[in-house]
Ligand binder design. Structure first.
Ligand code: GLN
Ligand code: ZN
Length: 761
């Protein structure tokens, strides 16, 4: 039997140190490169990554995870096992890489039948996966098998890597089911996983990793008991099927993102050879109760999803407890999660202070920590330095003096009447979420300004020209509520990080968000405050160009936290309130400047929701409070909007209502407006804009398709006796990542569809 490596990581970023994967994919999608070249270049990227990981010290057999993905690890597993959405069944026979991309990105030429698969957040992270769809047509079988192929390719290059696949329980737990249930697929899925194991083993893989984060996440459609019932059946069957295999395939099950809690012991009953627990989420009590009884126990001690350097004392304490309970022969060290959530290396960060850098660890530095902790090599980093300037007295004093009334506004009705007098909007007002396409000229202007190639005055007039273009376009399309287009913002969080105190911005700290898209989280390391107004000049300029209302656009405190790497030396709620006060100042300045609608985006509200039910109330309390603290300083005439980026919101609906915004836009197009009926059921009290145009796909929705979606929403509203003046029309999300060729005709169709529906009312 092959020994499990002493030290490992659950996964490594696959985007490449300089986002090579993005460039390769986008060139291929645009037809600028041929398939052969694309496959060769991505193979090169994988091999270089393995080489790099070996150089860092992951030199034992099977210590390097084979965790590459062309788009998403869940989609990899779906395609591997032939779980193809019904509308793409015609592709199922002999799936290719192109079909795989089609499922992820949609196919405009097929109309409704070309809709991409739904995408949603992966546990409580900012990574998005493609939702598997099971229907009566689903026939499980090995199909698009990149796993074996990539294993062989690595082996040929001299690396015995460890294949990583989303495990069967998690695949079922994250999927959608139409006229079938997860239980219908247990046998076939077990058979297919066993077949894959056999295939991998025949080719030389001795350890195969199945990621099963669903097991301890309590926020899924199945309870933990149901998940374990499914897990027992699946893994027992896999075990039976693989039992006679002379190659001795060994299975390693991981459970990142959540603490095992009272189910820790239950996991040990799965008939697999190695188990992983996320110990960063657990206190030492759980460690004392873990007994893997003759299985390898892989302790996820190094935090795989934050960027803070390990706290030597706290980790050593946990390790001591583990060593007391687990014989050395069975104990191994790893990260708590895949490192796909952190940037590659601090080496690229030439602009961060040494002081701050000495407190950080990115992926490569975390690998050094894992190796040091497992005793493979010594840790030879200079000691941590104290972060001077972290505490600002004025900030803590202001926070200590906030009153209950700072979180309250007038009643919904009072606000509604006052706003109606000021705004007087027509029925079904149309608007967008904020950003317009970030064309290359915009990006070039921003970067020339950053490199000081153009003056501030030149930059301002170039951006104003863009704002004018954007307002003119919206006038022409006929939108009712305008936006300035956000051309000056590289990223909706980084822009605020750059303008607030207490943040640092990285040069190359990219993290995959979905597919070829990455974000660059800022580092929130100190107390947050605002020096001066920064959005006001842009918004008031836009406002001066049109008679229609222009929305002031801000990013909310929870999202600023969720999409930054946040200090871990004080409760998140305290940090969130500091950000809220800085935003409150900006909101006050916008209002004084005459802006009548202010949108504070909170797309990440759901994402930070703890996976454990017992932790959720406290989270909802502080997150809702911080939004209210930011927004409750305005007069009743000022309309507060917010925007949320997902459609699965049952669990968080009370929190959304708690935000007390006047209008909320929300994702809905990919799930065909299913959410409207749910909102009606919940008697949603304020304005709502269910997104009818899916901006995550290049597809242009037709006027009739949009009209049908809108009519569905209107009908649900009427059936539920809801106030139709509360229904807004907008896309799913910002248009930043789209091209004008895609967004303009889509918006035209959206407005035309709305006009037709208005005429019918
Ligand atoms: N206002 C932002 C935009 O339009 C919102 C983006 C988001 O929700 N992610 O880009
Ligand atoms: Zn959004």
């Amino acid at each position: 039997m092959a020994k499990f490596p002493s030290a490992t990581i659950l996964g490594y970023p696959r985007i490449g140190h300089n986002r090579e994967l993005k460039r390769l994919e986008e060139a291929y999608w645009l037809g600028k490169t041929q398939k052969k070249e694309f496959l060769q270049d991505t193979k090169e990227l994988r091999i270089q990554t393995y080489k790099h990981l070996r150089d860092l010290g992951l030199s034992e057999d099977f210590s390097i995870p084979q965790s590459f993905s062309y788009y998403d690890q869940v989609l990899d597993a779906s395609c591997l096992f032939n779980i193809v959405p019904k509308r793409f069944q015609h592709l199922a026979a002999g799936l290719t890489i192109d079909d795989y991309f089609t499922i992820a990105r949609g196919d405009t030429s097929l109309g409704e039948n070309g809709l991409p698969a739904e995408m949603t957040k992966w546990f409580d992270t900012n990574y998005h996966y493609i939702v598997p769809e099971f229907t009566p047509e689903t026939k499980i079988a090995i199909n698009f098998n990149q796993v074996t192929q990539q294993f062989l390719e690595a082996k040929e290059a001299g690396f015995l890597v460890r294949p990583v696949i989303v495990g069967p329980v998690t695949l079922l737990a994250l999927a959608k089911f139409e006229n079938v249930t997860p239980y219908d697929f247990i046998d076939d899925l077990a058979t297919a996983y066993a077949e894959l194991l056999g295939d991998l083993c025949k080719n030389g893989a001795r350890w195969v990793q199945f990621d099963e984060p669903a097991l301890f996440a309590e926020t899924l459609h199945l309870s933990t008991d149901e998940l374990f019932e499914i897990a027992d059946k699946l893994y027992r069957k896999i075990y039976t099927l693989k039992h006679d295999n002379p190659d001795k395939p060994q299975v390693f099950v991981t459970t990142p993102y959540a603490c095992a809690g009272k189910y820790a012991e239950r996991l040990t009953h799965l008939p697999v050879e190695a188990l992983h627990y996320d110990f960063t989420e657990c206190g030492t009590k759980v460690l004392e109760n873990v007994d893997a009884s003759h299985k390898v126990l892989v302790a996820g001690l190094i935090n795989g999803r934050n960027i803070w350097r390990m706290n030597d004392d706290a980790i050593q304490e946990k390790l001591n407890v583990l060593q007391k309970h687990i014989p050395p022969y069975w104990l191994r060290i790893s990260t708590s999660t895949s490192l796909q959530h952190v940037p590659h290396t601090l080496d690229a960060e030439t602009e961060l202070t040494d002081e701050l850098k000495s407190n950080l660890s990115f992926a490569d530095e975390k690998i050094a920590e894992v190796l040091a902790l497992s005793g493979v090599v010594g840790q030879n980093r200079a000691p941590k330095q104290e972060l001077k300037g972290r505490k600002v007295t004025e900030v803590s004093e202001r926070l200590a003096n906030i009153k209950d009334t700072d979180f309250e506004r007038e009643s919904v009705t009072e606000r509604k009447n006052a706003q109606h007098k000021v705004l007087n909007l027509s029925l079904l007002p149309t608007t967008t979420i904020g950003s317009f396409p970030q064309t290359s000229d915009i990006r070039v202007t921003r970067s020339s300004y950053k490199k000081q190639e153009i003056t501030e005055a030149e930059y301002t007039s170039a951006m104003q020209a863009k704002i004018k273009e954007c307002i003119d376009l919206q006038e022409e399309i006929g939108l009712d509520v305008m936006v300035h287009g956000e051309a000056e913002r590289n990223d909706m969080v980084q822009y605020f990080a750059e303008n607030f105190e207490g943040f640092a911005v990285t040069k190359n700290g990219w993290v995959q968000s979905y597919g070829s898209r990455s974000t660059k989280p800022s580092i929130l390391w100190g107390d947050v405050w605002r020096k001066k107004a920064f959005t006001v000049p842009w918004i008031t300029y836009a406002d001066s160009l049109t008679e229609k209302p222009v929305k002031g656009m801000l990013t909310g405190p929870v999202t600023i936290l969720a999409w930054s790497f946040v200090r871990d030396d004080q409760p998140k709620g305290v940090t969130a309130n500091q950000v809220a006060l800085a935003l409150r100042d900006e909101i006050a300045d916008l209002e004084t400047a005459g802006i009548k609608i202010i949108q504070i985006d909170e797309p990440a509200l759901r994402e930070l929701l703890p996976l454990k039910l017992k932790d959720q109330k406290a989270y909802i309390d502080w997150s809702v409070a911080s939004f209210r603290l930011a927004t409750s300083g305005v007069k009743k005439e000022t309309q507060i909007h917010t925007h949320l980026c997902y459609s699965e919101f049952e669990v968080i609906l009370p929190a959304i209502i708690g935000l007390n915004a006047d209008v909320t836009s929300i994702e809905a197009a990919r799930s065909k407006m299913e959410i409207v009926a749910q909102l009606v059921d919940a008697k949603y009290p304020t304005g709502i804009g269910p997104g009818i145009y899916d901006i995550h796909s290049p597809r242009i929705p037709s006027k009739d398709e949009l009209k049908a979606l809108l009519l569905k929403a209107v009908k649900d509203f009427k059936d539920g006796n809801m106030d139709l003046t509360n229904l807004w029309v907008n896309p799913d999300c910002g248009l930043k990542t789209r091209r004008n060729e895609e967004s303009t005709p889509s918006l035209v169709n959206m407005v035309q569809a709305t006009l037709e529906v208005r005429n019918m009312l």
